[in-house]
Write a protein of this length. Structure first.
Length: 356
């Protein structure tokens, strides 16, 4: 089995960060979302991965390389612009050959993975097996209507009056039968080749299409709020690990805290779950729960909680940041001394002075 990972989207909902990096590279628990996806795919036992990339493919390739450090082999598949999920399957035809494959959206987080569903697919090999989850508002998703045995009866994209609450959440298992379906469909009203249309084509021709419900944590990391929530979930799985000579005697670590090698914690309090990246300095500061401090960051006389600081960020003399994301090499300081709590979303290489 192979994997097809889709990483060509523009990420307009994740601005300002998607102005300066592909949205799939936004870090969650100090690791790009796309790396979490590769690890999930590797958990299925798959080592051959095709990644569909857009005009920022070189930035993704710079981070992932040939995949060898993740135990996989990566083939990059350029797409001139987003033309639908089924179009991604079409341009990957030569890479996929006639092999079974999993298609995985590169900005999706399914904490816990889909190994069980992958095993179900391998054992029964329907033409397609969809991963679905119950959602509160099905009108925003592709929705699967199922028979009692899990067979898909119909797929509807963003239905006005949903007959099911089972939404497609961005992971699909396919046999080579999907290629005929992709070749047969026409672009939708929005001008894209929809994977839901291709799967519905299989259903209408009597092919076996099944759906499996995923009951774990899932999130599309398309907005800053989603990234922060995913970060919280991942940090809940931390186990206390403190590198040697990183924390001075005047500091206090509470709960599950990870301090990576080369970091320094000086006269500070860290409340877990929290992660302090390699080479960072936390001095005279308070880092609260569900916070990931990136690599080579500086916190001085600051309090940060339920937040993410990307690599190289600096926060100084800010009494309280909560629910914030501070971009790479951005600087936030309080120009008139400590003041009230703030919630900030600051893009890469920015400078923000917060008045008291």
């Amino acid at each position: 089995m192979k994997a097809l990972v889709l990483s060509g989207g523009a990420g307009t909902r994740l601005r300002p960060f998607s102005h300066s990096m592909p949205k799939q590279l936004i870090p969650v628990a100090n690791q790009p979302v796309l790396v979490h996806v590769l690890q999930a795919v590797r958990g299925l036992g798959i080592t051959e991965i095709g990644i569909v990339v857009g005009d920022r493919g070189s930035e993704i390739a710079e981070v992932l390389g040939d995949g060898s450090r993740f135990g996989v082999s990566i083939t990059y598949l350029p797409q001139d612009k987003p033309r639908g999920l089924a179009h991604a399957v079409a341009i990957a035809r030569d890479f996929l050959g006639d092999d079974d494959f999993v298609m995985y959206l590169g900005d999706n987080m399914l904490i816990g993975g889909v190994t069980r569903i992958g095993e179900e697919f391998a054992a029964t090999r329907p033409a397609a097996q969809l991963v679905v989850q119950k959602v509160a508002d099905p009108t925003s998703f592709g929705v699967a209507e199922l028979a009692d045995d899990g067979t898909v009866l119909r797929l509807v994209e963003k239905p006005r009056e949903p007959r099911s609450d089972l939404a497609l959440i961005g992971v699909y298992f396919f046999t080579a039968a999907i290629h005929e379906a992709v070749a047969a469909i026409e672009p939708s009203a929005r001008g894209e080749l929809e994977i839901t249309d291709a799967v519905q084509w299989l259903v209408e021709r009597g092919e076996t299409v099944r759906a499996s419900e995923y009951t774990g944590y899932w999130k599309d990391t398309g907005r800053v709020e989603d990234v922060l929530e995913c970060n919280r979930w991942l940090l809940e799985g931390l186990r206390r690990t403190v590198a040697e000579d990183t924390v001075d005697a005047a500091s206090e670590l509470v709960g599950e805290v990870v301090v990576e090698p080369g970091a320094r914690v000086v006269r500070s309090r860290i409340e877990g779950p929290a992660l302090i990246g390699a080479g960072s300095l936390v001095e005279d500061s308070h880092v609260g729960p569900h916070t990931a401090i990136g690599r080579e960051c500086v916190l001085r006389r600051a309090r940060v909680e339920y937040s993410i600081t990307l690599d190289g960020a600096s926060v100084t003399d800010v009494e309280s940041l909560y629910g914030s994301v501070i971009g790479r090499s951005a600087t936030v300081d309080q120009s008139q001394g400590p003041g009230r709590s703030h919630r900030l979303v600051v893009g890469d290489h920015s400078r923000v002075e917060v008045a008291a």
